[in-house]
Design a protein around this ligand. Sequence first.
Ligand code: ZN
Length: 309
Amino acid sequence: MQTPFGEIPVIDAHAHFFSHRFFATLAKELPDSPAEADRTATLRTRLPWEFPESDPVRLADRWVAEMDRHGISRMVLIASVPGDEDSVAAAARAHPERIIPYFMLNPTADDATVRAKRAFAELGLAGLCLFPAMHRFHLWEARLFPIYETAAAHGGVVFVHCGHLKVGVRDKLGLPSRFDMRFANPVDLHGVAKAFPTLPFVIPHFGCGCFQELLLVADQCANIYTDTSSSNDWVRLMPYPLDLKALFAKAIQVLGPERLLFGTDSSFFPRGWRKDIFDGQITVLEALQIPPTQAAQILGGNIARLLKR
Ligand SMILES: [Zn+2]
């Protein structure tokens, strides 16, 4: 893509694959409409979004067309409910050069380790995503170690959502969210990241409200990364003024430009790829006078290096 920093292969390191199965799984949680036909109707009334066909390749095609429209090289697409590994695997099989498949895993489930092994070894997925506040576990618990070992053995990435957690689609559908933020501290990752020094851990959204804790733990562990995705409007919760420019500047100072991964948190159609988020971040990188080589690292080089693909 042509950017103010020259021609750069841009890779979005954080976007969601809201598959047919994703919506079907959420629909089952609807408290007020038990029959399947009613569930779909309820989803359609509450969400003014496009609902994907059951074949995940159609949604994959849609994302590739969107990448082409904007000049994006590749995207990380996250299967965003536990159990949806097959959808994103099919998407990546259809477009191996463009789609980098991640999956959400609930490590408290009995079959979590088996699922992680299958996802990496059989389906060829590239990263697993943990949501400690959603599934109520600590990142340092012993039951997670076989999962980390599996990710490390397959050159995977572990994405860990820390801090403030709000899942817009759940809110829009009126689904209850029993999130518990006491599990969401980036500092929980300290011993784990030390125990798996070659396994990259990505804490999205600059820590999502836990910026201080992200800096603390990332300063101690060279294998902790952050992504720049979403509006980062959590800065409104800070007790002191903080904006996107200050976030980038401080994160680059502490982590170095080689540990920041550009992302948008794009998720549904017809909105599609969040060019507004990209443009906002480009403006900040320009204002900070980031050298072109560093901008290229942040905008795609770093995630390509991490994934070795
Ligand atoms: Zn996200």
